[in-house]
Ligand binder design. Structure first.
Ligand SMILES: Nc1ncnc2c1ncn2[C@@H]1O[C@H](COP(=O)(O)OP(=O)(O)OP(=O)(O)O)[C@@H](O)[C@H]1O
Ligand SMILES: [Mg+2]
Length: 310
């Protein structure tokens, strides 16, 4: 089967900044591919090259079998793109925005209207038809942007942080919608900073300073990309424990996770007695101190700090 997206040493430089460095990706049709990485890592730049709106400095790529350089017009016909800042027309209503995007791709007015109605229904936008995009709240504007990106039934959809800043219910609506699209064979390339969304992807790529430093299933990422051990600590005084652990100089990293602290160490068994002794000396009552399997967030925090990766 033809790959939906393929890149071969795709590179983009802005002056001395290497925004994307020799990126190699193979994404299958119907896959939900999550693209993660810290701010400035190169996610949006990658998407803009794949959508045929930014010329690569070097390397190649195909989307839906079309060359992103020489066939960018063909690429644009088969993709949907929700950019990080949406690209909506603020002075047009919900209906007018949808109409604008649908008419770009669909000549027949009847088909056009049918698709618009389907998008409005799926994303529950009916109540807002006549509202100006400018007057919608952030979350509803996001739904409208998604509706505009999918209204013409594209084969491959690029979504750049589609759920940034929206409430959990809206986020669920959007993800249910994305699952449905993927189930019908649409390929989704999604960036997100939410780890629970990363868990929902078939595969995840992690980009750091332009380099793809990890690419696997969520399970594969958790099992294969961290050589350090993670110890979870729950205790009577989490703030005090955090300070103590930070200052020991004998652990690699310390991160707060809700009511627990995740301690990154080289060897959990070897260091546990020392940690117990340090906490006891400060009169901190330990509720839990045990090695746990890393979460995706543990792996990505380590990768983002440029340490701990296999
Ligand atoms: N048009 C441009 N001109 C110059 N530098 C740019 C341009 N676009 C992006 N960059 C730089 O390229 C790098 C990657 O930026 P990019 O927007 O791809 O990051 P990102 O991973 O999408 O980040 P975020 O999570 O903040 O959206 C950054 O260093 C950024 O400053
Ligand atoms: Mg971005």
């Amino acid at each position: 089967m033809q790959l939906a997206i393929e890149t071969n040493n795709l590179t983009k430089k802005f002056g001395h900044t290497v925004a994307v460095n020799n990126l190699n990706l193979e994404i299958e049709q119907g896959e939900i591919f999550g693209f993660l990485g810290p701010n400035g890592a190169g996610k949006s730049t990658t998407i803009r090259m794949l959508c045929g709106i930014l010329e690569p400095t070097s390397g190649k790529g195909t989307v839906g079998g079309f060359d992103i350089n020489s066939e960018s017009e063909k690429v644009k016909e088969i993709i949907g793109y929700m950019s990080q800042n949406f690209g909506l027309y603020q002075d047009l209503t919900v209906n007018e925005n949808l109409n604008f995007y649908a008419r770009l791709y669909i000549a027949d007015r009847k088909t056009c209207n049918k698709k618009i109605e389907a998008a409005i229904e799926l994303l529950e936008l009916g109540h807002y038809r006549k509202h100006l995009a400018a007057n919608l709240s952030g979350g509803w504007r996001q739904r409208l942007a998604l509706a505009c990106a999918v209204v013409h039934d594209p084969q491959i959809i690029f979504l750049d942080e589609p759920t940034a800043g929206i409430d959990p219910v809206s986020r669920r609506v959007l993800w249910d919608f994305l699952y449905e699209l993927a189930h019908d064979g649409t390929t989704l390339f999604v960036t997100t900073h939410y780890m629970e969304e990363a868990e929902r992807c078939n595969r995840i790529g992690f980009i750091w300073q332009g380099d793809l430093v990890a690419c696997s299933t969520p399970m594969g990422i958790k099992e294969g990309f961290l050589k350090d051990h993670i110890i979870s600590l729950k205790c009577s005084d989490i703030n005090q424990a955090y300070k103590i652990l930070k200052s020991t100089g004998r652990v690699k990293d310390v991160n707060l996770y809700g009511d627990a602290i995740h301690i990154v160490v080289e060897d959990a068994a070897a260091i546990t007695p020392y940690l117990q002794q340090q906490l006891a000396a400060a009169d901190i009552e330990v509720v839990e101190l045990k090695r746990i399997n890393p979460s995706i967030e543990d792996v990505f925090v380590a990768l983002s700090k440029g340490s701990g990766a296999v």
